[in-house]
Design a binder for this molecule. Sequence first.
Ligand code: ATP
Length: 452
Amino acid sequence: MSQSSPFFNRWLSQLGPDHIFAILTDLVDAGAVFAVDAAGKVIFWSKGAEKLFELPAEKVLGKLCAEALNCDKGRDPCGLAEHGEIKAQMVKLRRPGGGTLTCYRTARAFFDADGQFAGALEFLQPQASTAPGPAAMSNSESFHGILSRDPTMQEAIKIIRNVAETEATVLIRGESGTGKELVANALHLESARHNKPFMAINCAALTPSLLESELFGHVKGAFTGAVRNHAGVFQRAHEGTLFLDEVAELPLELQAKLLRVLQEQSFIPVGADAAITVDVRIIAATHRSLREEVKAGRFREDLMYRLRVVPVFLPPLRERRQDVNLLLWQCIQEHNQHGPRHVDSIAPEAMRRLLDYRWPGNVRELKNVVEYAFAVGRGNEITLDDLPPEFRETSAPNSFIAPVSKSIRQGNEADLIREALQAANGHMETAARSIGMSRATFWRKRKKYQID
Ligand SMILES: Nc1ncnc2c1ncn2[C@@H]1O[C@H](COP(=O)(O)OP(=O)(O)OP(=O)(O)O)[C@@H](O)[C@H]1O
């Protein structure tokens, strides 16, 4: 919600909202701002729009938006009335003087008291300015390589910055590929231990005996094959940071040993008879809820409290769609810099699929998809054909967030919203996403059908 002082309304009425609106849109010089009425006819056309489209207002005002803008594939209906909100959608527009213009489209629809489409405000930004160079992104939006515009991620980054200076144990929770290791590394780099070792170990990747030996080390002759002394990650991370990934998978007997290190800063390597003292900061991560693991008897409660002194949550990529665009362009720029192919646009249909995808493998999967597109495709545009098969199949209900069907009748739609809310335990954002609606549309429809 925007903030304003109590004088804002008085100021607005003195100067006139139309005057303020025109000034405001002129300030967004690099992009086009325009408004359409309930019939889709253009009723406002900013100076930026005149410049960008090389079209004076008198040639556009009163015309249907799709006709005035010469949208590709005749985007009709453009989906705005249905979704209520469109964020950073890539569109190609044909300029009247020739040539195409790739823009990012951000739009918000308005609805009357009966829920009928009452017009919309749109902002079109030329592609070049939305796909900033790596330097621009690293300054403003990257924190030790973590890129995000999402408020929950920003909150996580804020916590990391604040706790980095302390010795507090941090527990990062997030699905696979959401950047848990990246965040752990950022914490280490921000801490006073930054010039000491950062060691990482995945507790789910090894058998219990190998894991014990990797964590705590072993002495020569401790078991068959132990031909020499081996220092574990705890010893190698001395004075630095140890990242324990998938800590919920740690076998119970090793949980006891870990607890001892956390309490006493010492442990006994496998087969040894003397304890080694270390100074290690622990950062742990899990994709599971440790509370649930404790309830199920698989995880020690005392260890959970030791580990989750500062909990940090990383949301999955499907819940931070604005990051998809940001991360895609970051990856594309990396490939542009290091390979022979140069990509400067993503075809609208490909972009739509990328934004609609559920990303079960999160950022790791997104990086792989860009790598695939660079390897398979040709030319300077990523098209639908350059994406892996799961993006090209239309019948992949589990991979895509279902778009709202136009044929949903009023009664069914109310049921759909009710069920989605129930399944999401009343969480609006999750419920809206699960049926492919924006939060605004979901809220409006919920009000319309009077669903509590
Ligand atoms: N916000 C982000 N910005 C840039 N790159 C990211 C971001 N999040 C993740 N990545 C990249 O995605 C890949 C996976 O990240 P990472 O290994 O940190 O995830 P993870 O949650 O630890 O996964 P897992 O639990 O499977 O080990 C890495 O290449 C990482 O650099």
